[in-house]
Design a protein around this ligand. Structure first.
Ligand code: ADP
Ligand code: GLC
Length: 485
C-alpha cells in the first residue's frame, strides 16, 4: 500500500476547538486514515484555543500581508494531530467562537478569515512549504470552499481536490464586490466558478471546482440533489452527480468507550451492560430527576437549533410524562429553546430536567444512562450522537432522514423477529410523528427482553471509523494515482 499525503483544510478540530460534529470528524478521521497508510496534515486557523494547545511549532511559511496583517504558518503537533496552524492574529486572535463574536453575531470579516485559510491551503498544496507535497487536498464545508478556487485560477499544476459537505445549510455567501479584495480574478465570477445567484458562494465554489464531492451519508447525498433539501445547490449537485458520494461518519471508539470512560459513574462493557443502571441512578441524582429505574429515561445531547427538531420534543412533554417517562436534556443554542427547556424543567420537577450548556462529561453520562436518545432532526447530514448512543446502549429514537436512516435499523416487527433492530426511526418529522415513536419506545420498554436485544444490537454495531476511513482512503488513492492536474 503506497503512502499518500493529504492536506486537510478545516475550521475546527477536536480536541482543540469544537462547535459540532465537524470537529469530531476532522480529528478522528485523520487518526483513522493513518491506519490506512494515508498521512493527513490538517490546516486550521490559529484561534486562541488552538495557539494555547500547540507545541513544537515551527514557522514554515511567512506572509507579511495576508488580508491586512502579517501571518505565519506553523507546523505543529497537538493531541496527536499533525497540523499546519495559520497564525494570523488580526484574523483569529480574538475572544468568542470560531465564527461568531461573544455577541452571537458572525464576525464581519468572516469572508477574509476563511479566504485566508483557503489561500494558504492553496499555497501549501502548490508546494510552497519545502518537503510538503500533498497528493490530495481535502476541504471541509464552506470555510474551505475557496481552496479549490485559488488552485483553479492559479494555473500551476495542482494536486487533486475533494470537498466534503457536512451541512448544506451553511454556505458562506458574500457580496460580489468582494471578488477583487478576496484576490479572485474577474474570470472567476462565472456559473462554473464562484458566482452564486449574483454573489460569491464559498461552498458553491468548492462544489463547482473540486474534483470530487463527498458528503457524510449516502442518504444525504441523495437528499441534497432534490429541490426540497438542496438549499439552492441541488441543480449543481445533480449536474455533478458522477463526482458525488456519501460516506457515513464513524466515532472515535477510544474516546467513546464505555469500558474505559473515566467520566462515567460506573464504566461497563457489553456483558456488564446491566451496570448502566448505576449510571442512570447517578444521572437522575445529578439532574434532579426522581430516583426510578422503571421510568424510561429519554436523553437529549444536541445543539438547540431548528435543524435538530428540538421544538418537537417540547411539544411532547405531556406525552413523556403520561407514559411515565423522564427527560434529561443537555444542549445549548437558540435562546428561545434554552428558555423553553428551563421553564419546562421548572414546571415538571423530577420528570424533566435541562442542563443548558456544553459539557463533554455530561454528554458521556447521558449516553451511558439514558434508555433512549431522542434525535428528531428535520435534516441530518450524518449525526454522531446516534452512533455514540448505540455504542453506549441508549436506543436512538430518530427521524427517518439523512445519516440517521443510514445508521439506524428500525426495530419493526420483522427486524425484531430477525434480531436486527438497533433503534426507532420515524416519519413524518412532526410532533405527532415523534409522539408515535415515543409510544413505540414505551411499548418496547414494556418488553424488557426485546428492549435489551435492541440495546445489545446497537452495542454490537461497528460505529468506528474503520470502514469509513477505508472508503476515504480508496477515494484518495484513486484520485492521487491520476497525478497532478
Ligand atoms: P452537529 O454537528 O450537527 O451538531 P453531530 O451529531 O454530528 O451534530 O455532532 C454533535 C457533537 O457535539 C457530538 O459529538 C455531541 O456529543 C456533541 N454535543 C452536542 N451538544 C453538546 C453539549 N451540549 N455538550 C457536549 N457535547 C455536545
Ligand atoms: C454537521 C452535521 C452532522 C454531521 C456533522 C459531521 O454538523 O449537522 O449531521 O454529523 O456535520 O459530519
Amino acid at each position: 500500500m503506497s503512502e499518500i499525503t493529504v492536506l486537510a483544510v478545516v475550521s475546527e478540530i477536536y480536541p482543540l476547538i469544537k462547535t459540532g460534529g465537524l470537529a469530531d470528524v476532522a480529528g478522528a478521521l485523520a487518526g483513522a486514515l493513518a491506519a490506512e497508510g494515508v498521512a493527513v496534515v490538517t490546516l486550521v486557523p490559529g484561534y486562541p484555543a488552538v495557539m494555547s494547545k500547540i507545541n513544537a511549532a515551527e514557522p514554515v511559511l511567512i506572509e507579511p500581508d495576508l488580508f491586512g496583517g502579517g501571518a505565519q504558518v506553523l507546523r505543529a503537533n497537538a493531541a496527536g494531530l499533525d497540523l499546519f496552524v495559520l497564525d494570523a492574529p488580526h484574523l483569529f486572535a480574538r475572544p468568542g467562537g470560531p465564527y461568531m463574536g461573544p455577541d452571537g453575531l458572525d464576525w464581519p470579516d468572516n469572508p477574509f478569515r476563511f479566504a485566508a485559510l483557503c489561500q494558504i491551503a492553496a499555497r501549501l498544496a502548490l508546494g510552497e512549504c519545502p518537503q510538503f507535497r500533498p497528493g490530495i487536498v481535502h476541504g471541509h464545508d464552506w470555510q474551505a470552499g475557496l481552496t479549490a478556487a485559488y488552485l483553479a485560477y492559479d494555473g500551476r499544476p495542482r494536486p487533486a481536490t475533494v470537498i466534503t459537505i457536512h451541512n448544506l445549510a451553511f454556505q458562506g455567501q458574500y457580496p460580489a464586490s468582494l471578488l477583487a479584495p478576496l484576490g479572485l480574478p474577474p474570470r472567476a465570477f462565472v456559473l462554473e466558478g464562484v458566482e452564486y445567484y449574483g454573489t460569491i458562494g464559498f461552498l458553491k465554489a468548492g462544489l463547482s471546482l473540486s474534483d470530487r464531492i463527498t458528503t457524510v451519508s449516502p442518504a444525504y447525498a441523495a437528499e441534497i440533489r432534490t429541490p426540497e433539501h438542496g438549499m439552492g445547490l441541488d441543480g449543481l449537485l445533480r449536474a455533478r452527480s458522477d463526482c458525488l458520494t456519501g460516506i457515513v461518519n464513524g466515532i472515535d471508539d477510544a474516546i467513546w468507550n464505555p469500558e474505559q470512560d473515566a467520566w462515567l459513574a460506573a464504566p461497563y462493557s457489553f456483558e456488564t451492560r446491566a451496570k448502566r443502571g448505576l449510571n442512570k441512578a447517578a444521572l437522575q441524582k445529578l439532574f434532579g430527576l426522581a430516583a426510578d429505574q422503571d421510568a424510561p429515561l429519554f436523553g437529549v445531547v444536541s445543539r438547540l437549533a431548528w435543524q435538530k427538531g428540538i421544538d418537537l420534543i417540547l411539544a411532547n412533554l405531556d406525552l413523556i410524562e403520561q407514559i411515565g417517562g423522564q427527560l434529561a436534556v443537555l444542549g445549548s443554542g437558540e435562546a428561545s429553546l434554552e428558555e423553553a427547556f428551563r421553564a419546562a424543567a421548572k414546571a415538571r420537577p423530577g420528570r424533566v430536567s435541562a442542563m443548558i450548556g456544553y459539557d463533554e462529561r455530561m454528554a458521556h453520562m447521558i449516553q451511558a444512562s439514558a434508555d433512549a436518545l431522542l434525535i428528531p432532526s428535520r435534516f441530518e447530514p450524518c449525526g454522531l450522537t446516534q452512533l455514540c448512543a448505540m455504542r453506549y446502549g441508549a436506543v436512538p429514537v430518530a427521524a427517518r432522514v439523512g445519516g440517521l436512516m443510514d445508521t439506524i435499523i428500525d426495530a419493526n416487527e420483522m427486524a425484531i423477529a430477525s434480531s436486527l433492530g438497533t433503534g426507532i426511526l420515524f416519519s413524518p418529522v412532526t410532533s405527532g410523528g415523534l409522539g408515535v415513536a415515543i409510544e413505540r419506545a414505551r411499548r418496547l420498554w414494556d418488553a424488557p427482553k426485546v428492549f435489551d436485544r435492541i440495546r445489545a444490537n446497537g452495542m454490537k454495531t461497528d460505529v468506528s471509523w474503520r470502514r469509513p476511513a477505508a472508503a476515504y482512503a480508496r477515494l484518495f488513492r484513486e484520485l492521487a494515482s491520476a497525478g497532478t492536474r
